[in-house]
Structures are given as structure tokens and as C-alpha cells.
Design a protein around this ligand. Structure first.
Ligand code: NAD
Ligand code: MG
Length: 386
């Protein structure tokens, strides 16, 4: 039996994680779970999975959650202190980091310091503070399992191989809903268009990141840290079918890829049960039913965000944290209709241009850079807002 904490249980990854837990009650027990705003779903999850600790992100929501939970035997907490308590609960062995954005930094760092293994979905953590997190992972001797489908694919494709034999990591990208939309039409796309992802059903923020291709940029940075690879060795291929989840090329010319139906339950289960493989309910691939697998280079002039992520990671230090913060603000401003789609990249670029990268020596310093990026981006959004 593995005891787990789920940070962000009401999100897309959180819900898929709980489906795996529900299918394997003999393997996994939920000790603690945390949620943001969706209290109705959270209460249903608490009733079904009976965690010892349930945490809402905002302290102000604690009384309401207590009321909704009635006589249930669960400790209800709120705020960052509550998230940390969930992440470090005594019995927990593995923490599923499935909060979206830089908000996951503090509880996930606390989990590592409490020597919990991490199943990492929350990619913004490695984007903003990759060097600090990888140092923490080493210092506290924990294991970090990727949940992001591309990174799970790479993880599966490097097992049993020597890292010095890798010549290239090829991240595949669906290209999102605007792959075939002419660049000139992008400024007029709506929120609804951007949320209409062809292959994956995900939270809103990552769905918009997929539409701008910032998601792939974040994943390049995530891969750089997870696999300790020079960014020059990480290449992005558009692969609209999302069947090959990523590939690793070796110096002898061999390429190892991982394939499967696009469903996050597969990489989540692999992270939870590693090194075992368990049933997920994911539909097996019927290769004969596929009309073909295609690959091509991304159009980085059209998808400026991907280029910005490469620039940020090349600049290094605080630049990726500032880029990520500006992206989080711009995406949320787009989602509420304050700025147009192409203004997302513009906001990020202007914020990065105004920032002088500096060394980040602690999570506190990362949070300061994050705050600076957010404030600067918010001002730009005010200026260019609709
Ligand atoms: P989501 O928006 O569906 O869920 C996010 C979860 O975090 C929710 O439970 C929400 O309540 C909680 N949350 C949000 N803001 C919070 C805050 N400030 N404090 C505490 N909790 C907060 O997002 P998602 O799609 O599940 O994605 C989660 C993470 O996993 C993201 O970093 C995303 O990039 C990554 N990821 C997601 C997918 C996917 O298929 N959804 C795939 C790969 C990686
Ligand atoms: Mg991914």
C-alpha cells in the first residue's frame, strides 16, 4: 500500500489520479488532498477517498468546507500552511504535485524536504526554480517521477541507457488548435477557440499554453532540468496525432519512442506505481487504424512563445521565472477577455525585455522574481487591455 498526498485533487490531473487510485484500492491510499475553489467536487472526493487531511487554498473557504463536510472525520486546513501540512503529512510516501502554476512551489519544496517522493505534473516548478529543485531532490534523496506525458515518455525511453549516449531529446507537440490557422488570423481568435484542444482534455491554463505553444516551451525547460540536458539537445517536433509522446535519439542513430493513446492516466499510473505497470483503462493503440504519423518543425515566428521560452532558458537565472509569471498573468487576462490572444506573447516578451536576469539562491528569491514578473505583466495588460 502506498500512501499519497494529492496537491490539486480537483484539477484535471488530480481527477485522473483519483481514477487510478479508485481502480487500485489495494495499492494506494489518499492521506491528504488539496483544492482551490471547487468545493462541491472537493467534498465529493473527500467522501469517496476519506483522506485524513483536506486543505483549501484560501483560508477564507475553511468555514464553508467545514460546513460541507459536516461530521466527516477529516482535519480541514487552509492557506499555504495547510498545503504544507498536506505535503508533509507523516504517513505520506509520495506527493502528486498537480497544482497549476508557481503556486505549487512552496508545498512541493516542503514535500521534498520531508523526504516524500514526487510525481510531478506541476511543470512551472521546474521552469521557475529547476536548479533549486533538482538540488533539493539530490540533497534529500527523494525520487522525482515525471507525469507530463512527454517527460514520462522520455523517462521510459532512457531507462537502461547511459545518459552520455543520448544525442537528442525530441519532444513531440500536437501543435494545438491553431496549428493550421494563418498567423494573421490569430489576433481574432476567441477564448472558446483557444480552449478547444484537438487531442487532450486539460485544465484551462495548460490548454491556453498549448494554443500559444508556451506549453512546449515550458516543457523544454522542464526537460532540461529533469534529464540534466543541454537545451541545445532538446528539439521540438510537431506531431499532430499525439501518438508518439516523445523520443530519445542515441549516438548510434537509434531512436527510442514511447507511444500510446493520449490519456494522462497512463503517465500518472507509471509515476504512481513505478517500477510496476498497472491497469489504467487507457484504450490500447490500434496501429492499423491510424491513418499515419506525421512530424514537422514548429513555426516559431507564428508561435512566438516557444521561441521566448528558448530565449529565457538560454538567458537562465531569473529569466524563466519572470517569463512564467508573465505568462500566468497574460493567460488569466486572456481567459477573462481582457486581452487578445496574440497579446499573450507580447506581454511576456515586453516583461522579459524589461527584466535583467539575476541569480536565484532560494525559493524566496524565486517568489520575488515571480512577483516582479506578475506586477510588470499586469501593468502591460492594463495598458493593452480591450
Ligand atoms: P487544473 O487547473 O485542472 O487544476 C489545478 C489544480 O490546482 C486544481 O485542483 C486547483 O484547485 C488547484 N489550484 C489552482 N490554483 C491554486 C492555488 N493558487 N493554490 C492551491 N491550489 C491551486 O490544472 P491541470 O490541467 O490539472 O494541470 C495541473 C498541472 O499539471 C499544471 O502545471 C499543468 O501544466 C500540468 N499538466 C497537466 C496536464 C493535463 O493533462 N491536465 C498534462 C501535463 C501537465
Ligand atoms: Mg505535456
Amino acid at each position: 500500500m502506498k500512501n499519497i498526498t494529492i496537491l490539486g485533487s480537483t484539477g484535471s490531473i488530480g481527477v485522473s489520479t483519483l481514477e487510478i487510485v479508485a481502480a487500485h484500492p489495494d495499492r494506494f491510499r489518499v492521506i491528504a488532498m488539496t483544492a482551490g475553489k471547487n468545493l462541491e467536487l472537493f467534498v465529493r472526493q473527500i467522501k469517496q477517498f476519506t483522506p485524513r487531511i483536506a486543505v483549501v487554498a484560501s483560508q477564507a473557504d475553511v468555514p464553508r468546507l467545514k460546513e460541507l463536510c459536516g461530521a466527516l472525520d477529516v482535519t480541514i486546513l487552509g492557506g499555504v500552511e495547510g498545503l504544507i501540512a498536506a505535503a508533509t503529512a507523516d504517513e505520506t510516501e509520495m506527493v502528486v504535485a498537480a497544482i497549476v502554476g508557481a503556486a505549487g512551489l512552496v508545498p512541493t519544496a516542503a514535500a521534498i524536504r520531508a523526504r516524500k517522493d514526487i510525481a510531478l505534473a506541476n511543470k512551472e516548478i521546474l521552469v521557475t526554480a529547476g536548479h533549486l529543485f533538482m538540488d533539493l531532490v539530490t540533497e534529500f534523496g527523494v525520487r522525482l517521477f515525471p507525469v507530463d506525458s512527454e517527460h514520462s515518455a522520455i523517462f521510459q525511453s532512457i531507462e537502461g541507457h547511459r545518459s552520455e549516449d543520448i544525442s537528442k531529446i525530441i519532444l513531440t507537440a500536437s501543435g494545438g488548435p491553431f496549428l493550421n490557422t494563418p498567423a494573421a488570423q490569430l489576433s481574432a481568435v476567441t477564448v472558446r477557440d483557444a480552449l478547444n484542444h484537438p487531442n487532450w482534455n486539460m485544465g484551462k491554463k495548460i490548454t491556453i499554453d498549448s494554443a500559444t505553444m508556451m506549453n512546449k516551451g515550458l516543457e523544454v525547460i522542464e526537460a532540461r532540468w529533469l534529464f540534466n540536458t543541454a537545451v541545445e539537445k532538446i528539439q521540438v517536433n510537431i506531431h499532430p496525432q499525439s501518438i508518439i509522446h516523445s523520443m530519445v535519439e542515441y549516438i548510434d542513430g537509434c531512436v527510442i519512442a514511447q507511444l500510446g493513446t493520449p490519456d494522462m492516466k497512463a503517465p500518472i499510473a507509471y509515476a504512481l506505481a513505478y517500477p510496476e505497470r498497472i491497469e489504467t483503462g487507457v484504450k490500447p493503440l490500434d496501429l492499423t487504424a491510424l491513418s499515419g504519423l506525421t512530424f514537422f518543425n514548429p513555426d516559431t515566428a507564428k508561435f512566438r512563445c516557444l521561441e521566448l521560452a528558448y530565449l529565457a532558458v538560454t538567458s537562465g537565472e531569473s529569466m524563466p521565472a519572470v517569463m512564467n509569471a508573465a505568462n500566468e498573468i497574460a493567460v488569466s487576462e486572456f481567459l477573462v477577455g481582457h486581452i487578445g490572444f496574440t497579446r499573450i506573447a507580447e506581454t511576456i516578451e515586453r516583461t522579459m525585455d524589461a527584466h535583467t536576469a539575476h541569480n536565484l539562491r532560494s525559493i524566496d528569491e524565486v517568489l520575488k522574481a515571480d512577483l516582479w514578473g506578475r506586477e510588470y505583466a499586469r501593468e502591460i495588460c492594463k495598458e493593452i487591455g480591450l
